[in-house]
Write a protein that binds this ligand. Structure first.
Ligand SMILES: Nc1ncnc2c1ncn2[C@@H]1O[C@H](COP(=O)(O)OP(=O)(O)OP(=O)(O)O)[C@@H](O)[C@H]1O
Ligand SMILES: [Mg+2]
Length: 218
């Protein structure tokens, strides 16, 4: 896992990129992995959250919202246990550069047909813009309502179309926005709560994928 880069990307705005990126970074910080959280979005959502009282648990931050994000991560990433990159919700050189440096790409997607279509565009960018480099990628269903027909339907549709998905999704919970009010994530505010356990499951899946990738390239 050490030195690995996890990029969170989706060309769909509001799909949950920043939420997932900050939650993973804080979780790994609390686990003692000294992560680096990179804000590659000109909207500066991560940097703005970090200005609030809990400062995302003191996680190390790097703001680089241009295509030199590739070089910046190559330079700073190796000093951290893991680097997490939050990207803009639009097609740009920044997103391509952040995909090109990734070992694992997580694509948050809301369980709705409109969001799934845009997710497919993200995967196309992933495949066509990043020449000669094939990062492992997984879609992550976000803002799902547990047990809802639409969540189950979209999961099945994606699986049948050959899109790999994390087993665990990120259910719709108010805890994310509430934690954000204080510049925190559920892992900091309510570590025993349901949202914090969702993040543990997602992080464990990401860690297993990175470990497999490392073992294969060793
Ligand atoms: N699992 C969730 N449950 C409830 N609300 C969520 C969840 N994930 C994200 N949200 C909320 O959805 C909104 C959009 O999330 P977020 O800012 O993380 O998306 P984004 O993909 O980073 O957006 P952008 O493309 O603008 O950068 C926020 O208000 C956030 O609090
Ligand atoms: Mg964002």
């Amino acid at each position: 896992m050490s030195g690995s880069v996890v990029t969170i990307a989706s060309l769909k705005g509001g799909s949950g990129k920043t939420t997932l990126a900050t939650c993973l970074a804080v979780h790994w910080q609390l686990k003692g992995l000294t992560p680096l959280l990179v804000d590659a979005d000109p909207q500066r959502s991560v940097m703005r959250l970090a200005e609030r009282e809990l400062a995302l648990g003191g996680v190390d931050l790097l703001e680089q919202s241009d295509k030199s994000v590739w070089t910046a991560i190559k330079q700073h990433g190796p000093r951290h246990g893991v680097t997490i990159v939050d990207t803009p919700g639009f097609d740009s050189d920044i997103t391509v550069a952040a995909l090109a440096v990734a070992d694992l790409v997580l694509i948050p997607v809301k369980a709705s047909p409109l969001d799934v279509d845009r997710m497919m565009d993200t995967v196309k960018t992933l495949m066509s813009g990043v020449k000669g480099w094939a990062p492992t990628f997984r879609c992550v269903l976000t803002q799902t309502i547990r047990g809802s027909v639409i969540s189950r339907h979209i999961r099945t549709e994606l699986e049948e179309s050959g899109f790999p998905l994390l087993v665990n999704d990120m259910p719709n919970r108010v805890a994310y926005a509430e934690a954000g009010l204080y510049g925190g994530t559920p892992s900091l505010i309510a570590p025993d709560g349901a949202a914090a356990s969702d993040i543990i499951e997602i992080a464990n899946e990401a860690e297993a994928l990175l470990a497999t990738k490392k073992a294969l390239s060793a």
